[in-house]
Design a protein around this ligand. Structure first.
Ligand code: ST9
Ligand code: ZN
Ligand code: ZN
Length: 407
């Protein structure tokens, strides 16, 4: 197992860069910050629009004031989303009613479950472990498969998912975290999709390096067409395919394999942001909220081991142990590594994990009373492999399984 050497320098963006673009509108200047070239160096070559004094004031306010922990924040409700998500959940309940009253063909149920697993793995193995955290690399066929699967899940484009998720790790439990769990279960679960984002999510998110995503033509294609493709794969196909192949009614297909399956995948995903940020042991770092939650791990295909994951986000197992029963995603990645489609799987050796457990764990892993209170300050937490904020000693000793350099 060779030691990892290919950590790319990232996160070179600074607050200076942010204020250098204040001659455009606030959202334009924010967007300009996420552009970086192939060497991961921020270009700052933002196309400047008309100077706007209001935009200057806006940026000065949000960059000068810390505000990360400020709790006096009033959300602005996005009623369109409230209506759409209410409708979705009502349709899902109608789907449950049809299932329990025996109105659904067994083939449709199997198909709905299959779509859930397919879309779910598109999130866990694709959006999460491969693209957000760069914890392993995928060859082109696997990239295509993962992107296809993530499109089925209809959880925004891969690009948007990755941006929100990287900023979630870097500024976890602050106002710059899109689903800041300090704002309660409901906000972390679904509420964050029903209101405008906090300004700090946008300001800090603009500093996150996305050059790897933006230089990937598959992902840029998906970003462009994710809405029509998502509607097609998540609703049109689930409505019509069961009707065509085994004579199910189109409405039943839509309600069960479409809406119910979609709501189910969404809610199991959201549990990681809500439940796994609130309940469970903290054997690796007791100073952070993300916790080890076995039930969430089961339902979220291996993504409930969230205390470990926030401490070592570049580990492709998102857990210390990859027991497949509670980590279907690890089985999926291991399978593709065996056939050569996945490679450079990063994993943290036991020795490092043990050291961390001793330093900051809550004692639920192994008893030791030499804890200190060291943890990553907001903005200093690494989002995954390739981030400068991974401590050097951890990066050096990280193992790479199935290493290949010839993508
Ligand atoms: C969904 C995603 O559900 C779920 C992700 C969950 C993550 C879970 C992670 C846990 C770990 C993995 C576990 C997986 C388990 C899976 C298990 C499966 C079995 N940085 O967006 P707008 C800018 S999706 C920088 O409108 P608003 C943006 O670029 C569900 N900038 O924000 C734009 O600038 P410009 C389906 C950012 O107005 C401007 O801000 N999708 C950032 O505040 C405005 O952007 C939906 O329902 C950032 N992070 O509105 C769609 N963010 O104007 C929901 C934004 O220059 N989204 N910007 O282009 C929306 O409707 C809106 O985004 C909103 C916020 C209302 C939520
Ligand atoms: Zn993560
Ligand atoms: Zn988290």
């Amino acid at each position: 197992m060779p030691l990892a050497e290919d950590r790319l320098p990232t996160n070179k963006n600074t607050m200076e860069g942010l204020s250098a673009t204040t001659t455009t509108t606030d959202s334009d200047s924010i967007k300009g910050q996420s552009k970086s070239d192939c060497d991961n160096v921020v270009t700052s070559e933002t196309k400047l629009a008309e100077p706007a004094a209001a935009a200057n004031d806006f940026l000065e306010k949000v960059t000068d004031v810390d505000g990360l922990e400020d709790t006096n924040y009033k959300s602005k409700i996005v009623w369109r989303n409230v209506i759409l998500f209410s409708y979705l959940h009502m349709a899902a309940i109608a789907g449950v009613f049809m299932v329990i009253t025996g109105r659904v063909m067994w083939q449709t149920l199997v198909f709905a479950w299959f779509l859930h697993i397919l879309g779910g793995l598109g999130i866990t193995a694709g959006a999460h472990r491969c693209y957000s955290h760069k914890s392993y690399k995928a060859k082109l066929p696997l990239k295509l498969l993962l992107t296809f699967m993530q499109t089925i899940s209809f959880q925004n484009s891969m690009w948007e998912w990755v941006r929100d998720h990287r900023v979630h790790h870097k500024y976890s439990e602050t106002n710059a975290d899109p689903h800041n769990a300090r704002r309660g279960f409901f906000f972390a679960h679904i509420g964050w999709l029903l209101v405008r984002k906090h300004d700090l999510v946008k300001v800090k998110g603009a500093k996150i390096d996305l050059s790897d995503i933006e230089s990937d033509p598959v992902l840029m294609f998906q970003k462009k067409y994710q809405l029509p493709l998502g509607i097609l794969l998540s609703f049109v196909v689930p409505a019509y395919l069961p009707a065509k192949l085994w004579g199910e009614s189109v409405l039943t297909g839509l309600l069960v394999a479409g809406f119910l399956r979609y709501a189910f995948t969404l809610n199991t995903t959201w549990l990681v942001n809500s439940a796994a940020h609130m309940w469970g042991g903290k054997p690796y770092d007791k100073t952070i909220n993300p916790a080890e939650n076995r039930s969430v791990a089961f339902w979220a295909l291996g993504e409930g081991w969230h205390n470990y994951h926030h401490v070592f986000p570049w580990d492709y197992k998102t857990a210390e142990l990859g027991e497949y029963r509670y980590n279907l995603t690890t089985a999926f990645v291991d399978f593709f590594a065996k056939i050569g489609w996945a490679y450079d799987l990063k994993t943290v050796p036991k020795k490092i994990v043990e050291q961390r457990v001793k330093r900051t764990g809550d004692g639920s892993w192994a008893h030791d009373d030499h804890h200190d209170h060291h943890h990553h300050a907001p903005g200093k937490a690494p989002w995954g492999w390739g981030d400068q904020d991974i401590p050097d000693e951890d990066a050096k000793i990280t193992h790479t399984l199935f290493p290949t350099k010839d993508e």
